[in-house]
Write a protein that binds this ligand. Structure first.
Ligand code: IPM
Ligand code: MN
Length: 337
């Protein structure tokens, strides 16, 4: 397995170290290439992601990413647009897969500690993230700023079909989350696409939920969801809620997937670089370790993925909500492999 590793900034290198040690324990012959990408390199030489970086990343089977960003030294948007989103777009990561599961031993902030087990399939290459927009009369009282949401039939259909496939392999329920009552152009495209793909998956029931209402259901009745499909921005927002209800951002894993397999997919924790706790051996590496399990599953290494997940499940069951250091969590999970 040829793995590109982008440890990144803040707590990124700490959580990636633990995840790589777990990975090597189940796949001893993994070959890694380290990439110096993120705030440090940008501050050193102004480089974000060069064509050569991209070309070289493409030679790998998958990418493991820790976290990128340093809000104290790099202006907001520079690394997001110039590095993280550029990678997702250039490598055609159209399926942004974000499972939400409350594991035994973990307490959800929701009353009654309900069972939570759903996945969000967030579109990853379109929507308002494309940078289509602009500003006029900047700095004047008449400034106008626009951000245009791009939704193509091709882009919507491929992510909707992927979500149906996942629902068919799970509890067979797919919920489209959008805002069709206001965003009528994009909303109509999404709803029609779901309706037109649905006959290919007769076993899957479809449902629709406005995004504002979805935020209510996520905290009052998360059991109603199995697979959610949604656009890039709505998906960004609801997956933070999904992480919180499942026991916290320290456990939330994600995959940025090119479902065609043409480009390497990238796996990363949902959390950011957390500079406030960087270097203190405090960050929970579980989200990165679970992202590694998703990576293994994506590459067809289901047995190895299952071993990592089982070790995490066993560790969480014992650890519960107790705070542990980064290295303690990594060691404890490896001891259970
Ligand atoms: C995420 C992050 C990113 C996003 C940012 C850092 C560009 O919030 O992965 O959810 O909005 O997708
Ligand atoms: Mn986010």
């Amino acid at each position: 397995m040829k793995l590109a590793v982008i440890a990144g900034d803040g707590i990124g290198p700490e959580v990636v170290d633990e995840a790589l040690a777990v990975l090597r324990a189940v796949v001893p012959d993994v070959e890694t290439t380290d990439y110096d990408l993120g705030a440090r390199r940008y501050l050193r030489n102004g480089e974000l992601l060069t064509d050569a970086d991209l070309e070289s990343l493409r030679e790998h089977d998958a990418i493991l990413l820790g976290a990128i960003g340093d809000p104290r030294t790099v202006p907001s948007g520079v690394l997001e647009r110039g590095l993280l989103l550029k990678m997702r777009f250039a490598l055609d990561h159209h399926v942004n897969l974000r499972p939400s599961k409350r594991y035994d031993g973990v307490t959800s902030p929701l009353a009654g500690n309900p069972e939570i087990d759903f996945v969000v399939v967030r579109e990853g290459t379109e929507g308002p993230y494309t940078g289509n927009g602009g500003a006029l009369r900047i700095g004047t009282p008449h400034e106008v700023a626009t951000e245009v949401s791009v939704n193509t039939r091709y882009g919507v259909e491929r992510v909707v079909r992927n979500a149906f496939q996942r629902a068919s392999a799970r509890r067979k329920k797919l919920t489209l989350v959008h805002k069709t009552n206001v965003l009528t152009f994009a909303g109509s495209l999404w709803q029609r696409t779901v309706d037109e793909v649905a006959p290919e998956f007769p076993d899957v029931t479809t449902d629709y939920c406005h995004v504002d209402a979805a935020t209510i259901y996520l905290v009052t009745d998360p059991g109603r969801f199995d697979v959610i499909v949604t656009d890039n921005l709505f998906g960004d927002i609801i997956t933070d809620i999904a992480a919180a209800i499942g026991g916290g951002i320290g456990l939330a894993a994600s995959g940025n997937i090119d479902a065609t397999g043409t480009n390497p997919s990238m796996f990363e924790p949902v959390h950011g670089s957390a500079p406030d706790i960087a270097g203190q051996n405090k960050a929970d590496p579980t989200a990165t370790i679970l992202s590694t399990a998703m990576l293994l599953r994506h590459l067809g290494k289901t047995v190895e993925a299952g071993r990592v997940e089982a070790a995490v499940v066993a560790d969480l069951a014992e650890r519960g909500d107790a705070a542990r250091s980064t290295t303690e969590v990594g060691e404890s999970i490896r001891a259970r492999l």
